[in-house]
Design a protein around this ligand. Structure first.
Ligand code: XMP
Length: 321
């Protein structure tokens, strides 16, 4: 089934909100639904649309997979609590780390995350709550890239011929499927979400696992998480689409205090883009890059190299795995 795109330009936000809320309400009927909020603009928009349509018939969870940025679960939950939306944090850290153990291959990592998320964690939540539907914020770019075989986005099923009802035991409702990121931001603003949400830089479903080349361990997540905090502080008001710190698998020879240190390597990417289909590295000034490298090598234990990515998408992609 082909999806008819609604571009940000032609989007009538009010009508879209009204139509989609009615669609969700009709699809769920007298049943109940659940959804997972990550704090990104897509899942935040779906959360608010869903609560508008379903009120108490929707239960929202934040799945703490151990791969989120520093303090992210608590911060997101508190933003939504201020808007009157109650979100329960599910601690699934051990399950995700166990599923990712020793998996090196990017697509296998994505598959492990997908299975843990949809089959194990959601499967359990659906059973416990009696919900029949899962609401999620898949957008058109996720579908395009998955179908084209570029990257298996963790949230795409039907377009790959996977029936969620058969595979996971629940139906999936995807109200944002016709939009791209710029359209979703308009809907988010129209719904009254705060600017920290409607202008939030994208963050991928596989979270920091998408920013580690090779197998994911709790120690390496901590390392890339720390580098991400510093990168976000230094790039704070950068007018970019998305910034990221990536941990490489290879070690490189460095030196510290006159001694050899066979250390870790962080790659920084800072993208300009409107819809993530194509992207260009931002021309960040050297002073900022040098300051960032200085802080990362001094503050993140074991890192002796920091590089800046300068290839465009395509042929590059934005995330590294
Ligand atoms: P790529 O790396 O495909 O990224 O050029 C394009 C946009 O999609 C995000 N991304 C993902 N988002 N699940 C997601 O929800 C994924 O598996 C995934 N992979 C990439 C990426 O952060 C960028 O904004």
């Amino acid at each position: 089934m082909s999806i008819s795109e609604i571009t940000a330009n032609e989007l009538d936000v009010e009508k879209f909100i009204k139509d989609k809320a009615a669609g969700i309400s009709e699809a769920v009927g007298n049943d109940t639904a659940i959804n997972a909020l990550s704090g990104g603009v897509d899942s935040s928009t779906v959360t608010l649309l869903g609560h508008m349509a379903l009120d108490k018939k929707l239960k929202t969870y934040f799945i703490d997979n151990g791969l989120m940025r520093k303090d992210e679960p608590q911060e997101v939950v508190s933003i939504f609590s201020e808007m009157g939306v109650n979100v329960e944090i599910i601690d699934a850290r051990q399950e995700f780390f166990a599923a990712l153990k020793d998996i090196d291959d990017p697509e296998k990592k994505r598959e492990a995350i997908t299975q843990t998320f949809y089959k194990k964690v959601f499967g359990r939540l659906v059973k416990e709550s009696g919900a029949k539907h899962l609401l999620q914020g898949t957008i058109l770019t996720d579908v395009d890239e998955t179908v084209a075989g570029i990257k298996r986005q963790h949230n795409v099923f039907e377009q790959l011929g996977i029936d969620p009802q058969e595979t996971f035991g629940y139906k999936i409702i995807e109200p944002l499927l016709q939009l791209r990121k710029d359209g979703v931001r308009k809907v988010a603003e129209g719904l009254g979400l705060p600017e920290v949400i409607f202008n939030r830089p994208p963050f991928p479903g596989p979270a920091l696992a998408a920013r580690i080349i090779g197998a994911v361990t709790p120690e390496d997540v901590e390392l890339v998480r720390h580098a991400t905090v510093i990168m976000e502080e230094v790039f704070g008001d950068m007018d970019s689409f998305q910034n990221m710190a990536i941990l490489h698998k290879d070690r490189v020879t460095g030196m510290r205090n006159g001694m050899r240190e066979f250390g870790r390597q962080i790659e920084i990417r800072c993208w300009e883009s409107t819809d993530a289909r194509t992207a260009t590295p931002m021309r960040v000034d050297y002073k900022t890059l040098f300051y960032l490298a200085d802080r990362i090598t001094k503050e993140v234990q074991g890192v002796v190299s920091v590089t800046y990515h300068i290839a465009e998408k395509p042929p590059s992609t934005m995330e590294v795995v």
